[in-house]
Design a protein around this ligand. Sequence first.
Ligand code: ATP
Ligand code: ATP
Ligand code: MG
Ligand code: MG
Ligand code: MG
Ligand code: MG
Length: 266
Amino acid sequence: TEDLNKTKPEYLKSFQYESKLMPSTWIVIRIDGCHFHRFSEVHEFEKPNDAQALNLMNSCAVAVLEEFKDIVFAYGVSDEYSFILKKESQLYERHPSEIVSAVVSFFSSMYTMKWNEFFPHKEMKYPPYFDGRAVCYPSCEILRDYLAWRQVDCHINNQYNTCFWMLVKSGKSKSEAQNYLKGTQAQEKNVLLDQLSGVMNYYNALESMFRLGSSVYWDKETRIVDNKEGAAGKSRKMVVVRYCNIIEASFWDAHSEILNENQQWL
Ligand code: ATP
Ligand code: ATP
Ligand code: MG
Ligand code: MG
Ligand code: MG
Ligand code: MG
């Protein structure tokens, strides 16, 4: 009988040990493309910013929000996306490995499924994949600090990459460009961009998607959605993609419903 007991589910499940994510905290799932430096080269992404690659990421994020209804906000830049689950979410009883794996695999499937829609003339050479992690943030203030951190990172990387690729396109080698930019301050980089491009305030005129990253959330307004035949179909809530400053309080003041616990309007 002892041998029989060893195949009992209760016995085998007793080895599964994973603590749940802290209750009543915002869960952030951050996914990031694995080896996208290489993936972007092999698939000839425009440098520093391939708009279609970003639009593909954004479209996958919209699909994630539509699938996982507990996700109230997402922020994306480059090959990464952060998904925020509402505080009281009970998705997978808050088991991190299940939540992370479900979001990551859904996103990766979508990325492959939608590839042709965004790159109709480019073959996908090998399958992309993403990793993910879960972090809990216990207050709205800290959650906003987290998002501000990602947006600041977007700005710093984008400013650097914009300079780097402008130097490379002007004839410098990659290591020359790297050395040239070593230790330069933000203001110097802006001056450099203006000089190289011959355009005043070159950086600030870049597309806001590149400068600010992409924010994805349910719009409060109900929209009338056209069906495929062009006639007015049923009305429904929509997930929208916006390029806005999420560091300033004004965005959150204007969209207080996003982090509000009682989202009755959803
Ligand atoms: P890791 O596996 O550790 O995440 P990685 O190669 O993916 O490594 P990241 O730090 O995640 O490195 O950076 C992603 C890289 O992917 C960027 O540095 C950039 O080269 C490339 N990339 C991602 N999105 C785009 C895009 N829209 N346009 C051009 N390049 C992109
Ligand atoms: P959950 O999301 O909780 O995993 P589930 O619907 O995936 O729910 P499972 O307990 O994982 O449920 O069972 C997988 C189900 O998928 C099976 O019950 C069966 O209906 C179906 N299924 C999986 N593989 C096959 C297969 N090869 N042929 C026919 N049906 C299959
Ligand atoms: Mg990584
Ligand atoms: Mg990456
Ligand atoms: Mg990355
Ligand atoms: Mg299953």
